[in-house]
Design a protein around this ligand. Structure first.
Ligand code: ATP
Length: 789
């Protein structure tokens, strides 16, 4: 039964209106409801003295399920539909000869309000100049900003960085000149990491160590130190702490630092993050580090439990992606860290802990906060750790202003956060039933020609959905495609057929049809994208990433994706939306719209970095979601946004060229190449997999339920456009290759009942523990919990 009370999956016996309807199949509850509805209808018709026609199906509510086509010869005549729909309906009529009801992709879809003409105008508009590119090297160099010739030469010769970006120009000047706290705000991909690292490094390089502080006389180590140059080294103390919200970002910052420090082996940087082995971290801390990059939970853990970690010399504290740190619930950890820093442990607790005197160490600690977006959370963070912060913005030709943070807040209210100007943004309005097949079409089209797009990222709303789509796109399609569907629930369990490459679902290593063994993927999170590849791009590879994967797998997956020189697609949650600098990302697809406008800017900011080109595309559903186009426009500033209809995408993705290419690739006989037939067959094939493979079915249902739960967690401001109550749950099921919506979606229910899974139990900010995860972000609303990251 569809959620709006419409008939679905029933065999309706003869004379469904005249006398007595016989309902078979489905759940008893649904049969009962259908029976009652039919009876009510009969009574009503008799009262009116009219019959709506002997072959009109009895419907329990005012509206009949618009998405259904019923192949039952005795079922009622379908509602009249418009010309185009009718033609499509004919083409896409489900091929079932059984009692099964299969919803068509092309009928009864809600109409879109968006106009396509604007899209054309947008296409013709000249591309704006990059807004996050490095400045002209003839006008601005790193040396001219005050960086030492040694450091500047290293940047130019070894890192190929010839000129600073606008935000680097502003930040380096400011942080070299003053010890004021600073808030750095600049668009994604503008080089904020180097903007704060370079001046801090320069200032650390300028420090020199004196003899260790020895109140009771000389020690052997002090003697040794005197003989050394006055250069500081790893034992001189920890000078800078950098906090980031995710482990991935922490490792990335650390990698940038490692490259920067290459010609300065006397300086050492390290990381501490949730998910890593604490004893290994302790050993590194014991050896001594000058710069530490950390996730807040794990750092707090070490501050509480690792005596060797002395923060008395810390003079620079950086909060990278400050707003995200707050969103993930790290407020208390950050407060605790700041308190520890302020304590300045002067007491000496043993000779090995004697803090060295460091000449040139500033008296005051400088706190730097960094983000492309700022919200109330960040202001709160500012109150915790920033005092009279200088607001540094990336205005070309800018000078830093010395206004207080309060004044900056006023100004920021009026300033919109923008995506890079050169980023080409678009949106596609897709009815819920066509979402999955349209995503496949878009990816097929995008990767149809080798070299056209190297890498794409697809953002999904939750971890379960990432898992499902990864399996769906990496499975080998059943060959040859079956003529008819067979979803008889009663016979399904007895007759589960193994399609080529399918493992027995009862085996422990059950993973549906990825043919992974034969393809020898590096990790279970990497697989050939069988159902999206084309002969010109046969090596198309799929990656998945979310916060519920084990940390080593996450790290390895990201590394592999980064290093891959093949075309590849990363399916991920927002775990990859912040700060990650992945090379050669040409396209970002927001398949599930972002949870807030800020999230959108960070997601699309994974492309069009440091002056490079990039494209981003957001999927929206017809209806209130189309209002989100205005939000996208706000973030695009002067740049135009192109709109597209799902049909155009499907036509290009499943059109003759691509369809016949696919046939060549997998050796299947040509099926005529009509785009709508191809799209339907692609969808039906996936639906059969979900029906026949128990594990796939579970995965699809879990993904669906988590997706709906995640949908309920859009920021309050935008919930009018993303109202979970307005979702057509029956239609949406098709986007998960399900023929009906799964039951059991009540408050707090876990999928399939039972106790909450480990994934569902996670809390934000529990990164300190061994199994904890800084990236866990859970939401629990009327629809229960979901793992959004
Ligand atoms: N001066 C420069 N010249 C050329 N490339 C640069 C320069 N500075 C940084 N980059 C490159 O720009 C890319 C983006 O840098 P970074 O990750 O620091 O951006 P960001 O502003 O922190 O972005 P986000 O807001 O997404 O975190 C990196 O690949 C970096 O190597």
């Amino acid at each position: 039964m569809a959620e709006d009370g419409m008939l679905m999956n029933f065999f309706i016996g003869e004379d469904s209106l005249g006398t007595k309807a016989v309902f078979k199949g489905g759940r008893w509850r649904d049969r009962l409801q259908a029976k009652k509805s039919s009876q009510r209808r009969r009574e009503k018709n008799q009262t009116n003295g009219t019959l709506t026609g002997s072959n009109t199906v009895a419907v329990p509510t005012k509206t009949r399920e618009p998405s259904l086509e019923e192949d039952n010869p005795r079922s009622a005549k379908r509602q009249k539909i418009s010309g185009a729909q009718s033609a499509q309906s004919r083409n896409n009529h489900a091929k079932s000869k059984s009692h099964e009801v299969v919803s068509s992709l092309f009928t009864y879809n809600p109409a879109t309000k968006s106009s396509a003409s604007k899209a054309k105008q947008a296409e013709e508009a000249p591309a704006p100049l990059p807004s996050n590119a490095p400045l002209d090297a003839s006008l601005s160099t790193f040396t001219s900003l005050g960086l030492s010739p040694f450091l500047s030469t290293h940047l130019i010769q070894n890192l190929n960085l010839t000129a600073p970006t606008a935000i680097q120009k502003a930040t380096i000047t400011q942080l070299l000149r003053e010890d004021s706290d600073a808030f750095i705000q600049a668009e994604t991909g503008s080089g904020k990491t180097l903007a704060y690292l370079l001046p801090i490094l320069q200032r650390i390089m300028a420090l020199s160590s004196a003899a260790p502080f020895t109140p009771t006389g000389d020690t052997d180590s002090a003697e040794k130190e005197r003989k050394d140059e006055k250069k500081i080294n790893r034992t001189s103390g920890l000078f800078a702490l950098i906090l980031a919200p995710t482990r991935e970002l922490t490792h990335q910052i650390s990698a940038v630092l490692t490259r920067l420090l290459r010609p300065m082996p006397w300086l050492v940087a390290g990381t501490v993050t949730g998910g890593a082995v604490k004893n290994h971290e302790k050993a590194r801390l014991r050896k001594g580090l000058n710069i530490l990059v950390a996730t807040p939970g794990r750092l707090m853990d070490h501050l509480d439990n690792t005596e060797v970690l002395d923060v008395g010399n810390v003079r620079w504290l950086v909060l990278d992606e400050g707003d995200r740190l707050m969103e993930l619930g790290f407020e208390e950890d950050i407060k605790g860290i700041v308190q520890k820093l302020e304590k300045r442990k002067d007491e000496k607790r043993g000779e090995w802990r004697l803090r060295k005197r460091v000449e040139g160490l500033p008296e005051k600690r400088t706190t730097v906060m960094c983000s492309a977006t700022m919200k109330m959370g960040v202001q709160k963070l500012g109150e915790i750790s920033l005092k009279d912060a200088v607001h540094i913005k990336a205005d070309p030709g800018l000078s830093t202003d010395s206004e207080s943070a309060t004044a900056s807040k006023q100004e920021d209210k009026q300033t919109a956060f923008l995506a890079p100007a050169q980023l080409k943004q678009s949106y596609i309005v897709v009815p819920p039933k066509q979402r999955l097949v349209t995503l496949a079409a878009l990816l097929k089209r995008t990767f149809a020609r080798k070299g056209s797009v190297m890498k794409a990222i697809v953002f999904l709303s939750c971890a379960d959905s990432v898992d499902f789509h990864f399996q769906a796109f990496s499975r080998k399609e059943a060959q040859p495609p079956r003529e008819t569907t067979s979803s008889d629930q009663n016979t399904r369990s007895n007759k589960t057929r193994k399609t080529p490459g399918t493992q027995d679902a009862s085996t422990p290593a059950e993973m549906p049809e990825t043919s992974r063994k034969s393809e020898k993927p590096e990790f279970p999170t990497v697989a050939p994208a069988f159902s999206l590849a084309s002969p010109s791009n046969p090596g198309l590879t799929l990656y998945e990433l979310h916060g519920s994967l084990a940390q080593p797998l996450r790290t390895a997956t990201l590394q592999s994706f980064t290093r891959s020189s093949n075309p590849c697609i990363l399916l991920c949650t927002d775990v990859a939306s912040r700060g990650l600098d992945l090379p050669n990302i040409d396209l970002v697809i927001e398949y599930d719209p972002p949870f807030s406008a800020d999230d959108h800017l960070h997601r699309v900011g994974r492309t069009a970095r440091a002056g490079k080109e990039g494209r981003a595309c957001c999927f929206l559903m017809p209806g209130p979601e189309e209002g989100y186009v205005e939000v996208l426009k706000e973030g695009a500033g002067e740049s135009a946004i192109k709109g597209e209809g799902a049909e155009d995408v499907l036509r290009k993705g499943f059109g003759k060229q691509i369809a016949s290419a696919k046939n060549k690739l997998d050796g299947t006989a040509t099926t005529g190449g009509k785009w709508d037939d191809e799209a339907t067959e692609w969808q039906l094939e996936l639906e059969r997999w979900v029906i026949e493979d128990k594990r796939a079915g579970e995965m699809a249902r879990k993904a669906y339920v988590s997706h709906v739960r995640a949908y309920a967690t859009h920021v309050a401001k935008e919930r009018g456009m993303f109202d979970v109550k307005g979702l057509h749950l029956g239609h949406l099921a098709k986007a998960f290759a399900l023929r009906e919506r799964p039951g059991n979606m009540g408050r707090g229910n876990t999928v399939g009942g039972g106790n909450p899974t480990k994934r569902e139990k996670r809390r934000p900010g529990d990164g300190g523990g061994a199994g904890g995860d800084e990236n866990a972000l859970e939401d629990e609303g009327a629809y229960g919990r979901c793992q959004r990251i």
